[in-house]
Ligand binder design. Structure first.
Ligand code: ADP
Ligand code: ASP
Ligand code: MG
Length: 438
């Protein structure tokens, strides 16, 4: 039996959490490989080490001194080392990193140093080898993960190490420079390591007792989801349930390795088991598995008489977005109308161009852009069989006086996606949760 454990930023934010994490690791000899994040927040107003590093990067680029944020970073690590009573000095590492940042190192190198340093401390504390992700996780020339090369080299290195701590969040480019995943990417590293180690289980240790049925910052005390399929998790995390990085399931999915989301502060809770298929999961207690959502969307609404009869209309509209480098999220359409939902932040810089191109190439009867939208997804493998689920979603929204601006039933029949005003987001999430969880 081999297990890979990933500890998130809040699970390694200070010495107290290091102790809890170490106790978890030591509780089972199967816990051979550990992936570590950079120290996260210790209290709500605290700043994550990764954010402090990015601040150093910004200052260095502006040719300003980095001493203030860099000093804070050094002190956080010094405090952890001292409180754990370790005979380890990272002073030489600090000096090198400080110098490289001052000499205007690349953004990804700077951002990655939190996991690098934290993993060195954890390796020392556990008595495990430190295996640098720079030497074992590889990206292609295009900057995407090179899974086959990574698998090949990582499998050998892990075998040689026996027990190891691997920093999350980064790897290296073919030219040897550091590259990071997007924010929250240590979850992906955990998955990559689990795959290369041919692990029986990937445990993702965080600060909540599993994936919850709704965002706990919006809905009070949402219930944990005991079992969820890869598919459902992908839908929920893509739509905003940020407990796991939305790309983290891919490396383990075809290897069939289950993921267990657990709480470092409550190790006795079983957490959430992420499994390949509904057959591998216990029957769900509720019709819906979870609800997730995000604000910050815009809908481009296009209307043109007899549009449905025109060949290539949809393609032309999407081509305009593609030409402007804007990807779309949802595509609800009607007879002679079509809406394309995009992220407002992605649309904003290209808005004028896109509007001009649509007017020129499509000559719509009506074109407008609706801003300040929130998109909300109700997801569940139990929804296919249960009649009246959509009715209950819309009844709950109507009773909460939430105006539905758009509806998109996913082709998987696993989800119902609704667009609402961003101002209604919390009320809507809560209303749907209360409708299904009584
Ligand atoms: P880590 O630092 O361990 O990687 P994250 O902060 O990335 O942890 O993810 C855990 C957080 O995700 C929780 O503290 C919670 O606030 C947030 N979250 C959002 N939606 C959900 C959800 N549906 N279930 C659980 N947590 C959620
Ligand atoms: N430390 C990185 C971040 O804050 C990666 C991670 O925590 O997964 O995004
Ligand atoms: Mg995370």
């Amino acid at each position: 039996m081999i297990k890979v454990l990933k500890f998130g930023g809040s699970s390694l934010a200070d010495a107290e959490h290091f102790r809890k994490a170490a106790q978890i690791v030591r509780s089972d000899p199967a816990n051979r490989y550990v992936v570590a994040s950079a120290p996260g927040k210790r209290f709500p107003e605290d700043i994550k080490v990764t954010d402090l590093l990015l601040e150093c990067y910004r200052l260095a680029r502006a040719k300003k001194p980095i001493d203030e944020p860099f000093g804070q970073i050094e002190n956080r690590f010094r405090e952890i080392i001292k409180d754990l009573g370790l005979n380890l000095s990272l002073e030489a590492e600090f000096a090198t990193i400080r110098l490289v940042i001052k000499n205007r190192a690349g953004r990804d190198y700077v951002a990655s140093r939190g996991e690098y340093l934290n993993s060195m401390i954890l390796a020392e504390y556990l008595g495990y080898s430190f295996l640098d992700a720079e030497d074992s996780i590889f990206f292609t020339e295009e900057g995407v993960l090179d899974l086959s090369r990574t698998d090949e080299s990582l499998e050998v290195l892990l075998g040689e190490a026996g027990n190891a701590v691997i920093p999350g969040f980064y790897g290296s480019m073919p030219n040897g420079t550091v590259r990071t995943f997007s924010r929250g990417g240590s979850d992906i590293t955990g998955s990559i390591v689990a795959r290369a180690a041919k692990a029986d289980l990937y445990e993702n240790w965080t600060d909540v007792s599993g994936m919850l049925m709704a965002d706990p910052r919006v809905v009070k005390d949402p219930k944990p989801i005991p079992f969820i399929t890869y598919r459902e998790l992908r839908e929920l995390s893509y739509m905003g349930a940020s407990v796991m990085h939305e790309e983290a399931i891919f490396p383990v999915r075809d290897a069939g390795i289950p993921i267990n989301i657990r709480n470092t502060n409550c190790p006795e809770a079983p957490g959430t088991m992420i499994v390949p298929s509904a057959e591998a999961a216990a029957a769900p207690e509720y019709i819906i598995t979870g609800i997730a959502g995000k604000v910050g969307f815009s809908a481009i609404y296009v209307e043109k008489a007899l549009m449905n009869g025109q060949l290539g209309f949809c393609r032309r509209l999407l081509q305009i977005l593609e030409d402007n480098g804007v990807s779309f999220e949802h595509l609800p359409s009607g007879i002679d109308t079509m809406s394309v939902v995009v992220e407002t932040a992605a649309l904003e810089p290209h808005k004028e161009n896109i509007v001009a191109s649509i007017n020129r190439k499509i000559e719509p009867d009506n074109l407008h852009i609706l801003d300040n939208l929130a998109m909300l997804a109700v997801v569940g493998r139990g929804m296919v069989r249960a009649e009246g689920t959509a009715f209950r979603v819309f009844k709950a929204l109507a009773e909460a006086k939430v105006n539905v601006r758009m509806i998109d039933q996913g082709s998987s029949e696993l989800n119902i996606i609704v667009g609402i005003d961003a101002a209604d987001y919390s009320v809507a999430l809560d209303a749907i949760y209360r409708e299904f969880v009584k």
